[in-house]
Design a binder for this molecule. Structure first.
Ligand code: HEM
Length: 178
C-alpha cells in the first residue's frame, strides 16, 4: 500500500452506469485526481492499522465540476493480512470493502456485500429502494513505480432496469507528486 502514497492523475477513466437522464446504460470517459496520504498507527486494542487518508474526484472530459467523488481511508492490517477501504460517496452511501493480501502484493482485491456486518454497504432510504447497491468489488494493480490501475464493479438493483446493473469504473493513475 506504501506504493500508492502520493498525488495522482489519470485521464483514461471509463464509467459504465445507468443514466437516469437517458434511461439506459451509458459509457462515460473521465479524468480523475486522487490524493493518498499515509498515516498510522491506529490501535484498536491489539490490532494495529496503517493507512492512507484519501480523496478522489472524477470529471467528465471538458467539464469543470466533478461528477463523482469519494472520501475515506485505505487500511492495512499486517497481522491479519487484510487490506481495506472504507469510504463514502456523496449519494448518501458508505462502503467498507476488504480482502486478503500479502505485504508485498502488487495486486489485490477488496469486496463488500449489502447486509454484511463486516465488509458491507449502506445506502440512504431512497437509494435502498430506487437503486440498491448489493455488491462492490475493486481490484488494484501497481503496474510500475508511479503507475497504478483500478477496476471496480458496483452491483445495483435498479427500479428502472430489468436485472442487475453492472456499474463499472476503471482508470490508470500516474503519480504527479508526493
Ligand atoms: C469512479 C467511480 C464512479 C463514477 C465515475 C460513478 C459515476 C456514476 C454515474 C455517472 C452514475 C449515473 C447517474 C445518473 O445519470 O443518474 C452513477 C450512478 C450510481 N452510482 Fe456511481 N460512480 C462511481 C462509483 C460508484 C461507487 C463506488 C458506488 C457505490 C458503492 C456508486 C453508486 C452509484 C449508485 C447507487 C448509482 C445509481 C443512482 C441512481 O440511479 O439514482 N458509484 N455513478
Amino acid at each position: 500500500m506504501a506504493a500508492l502514497a502520493g498525488e495522482w492523475e489519470g485521464d483514461e477513466g471509463l464509467d459504465v452506469a445507468f443514466s437516469n437522464a437517458e434511461g439506459r446504460i451509458v459509457e462515460t470517459p473521465f479524468r480523475e485526481r486522487m490524493s493518498l496520504k499515509p498515516f498510522g498507527p491506529v490501535n484498536n486494542g491489539p490490532q494495529v492499522l496503517y493507512g492512507l487518508d484519501y480523496r478522489t474526484a472524477a470529471w467528465r472530459i471538458g467539464e469543470e465540476n466533478p461528477f463523482h467523488t469519494e472520501l475515506g481511508y485505505w487500511l492495512w492490517d499486517a497481522v491479519a493480512g487484510q487490506v481495506m477501504r472504507c469510504f463514502t460517496v456523496p449519494r448518501g452511501q458508505s462502503v467498507l470493502a476488504g480482502g486478503t493480501a500479502a505485504p508485498d502484493a502488487t495486486t489485490f482485491t477488496m469486496r463488500a456485500e449489502v447486509e454484511s456486518e463486516t465488509y458491507g454497504i449502506l445506502s440512504n432510504i431512497y437509494l435502498a429502494k430506487a437503486a440498491r447497491t448489493t455488491g462492490f468489488e475493486v481490484t488494484v494493480t501497481v503496474q510500475a513505480d508511479g503507475v497504478f490501475a483500478y477496476s471496480e464493479k458496483t452491483l445495483i438493483t435498479h427500479a428502472r432496469w430489468d436485472g442487475v446493473v453492472e456499474h463499472t469504473d476503471r482508470n490508470v493513475l500516474r503519480r504527479i507528486a508526493g
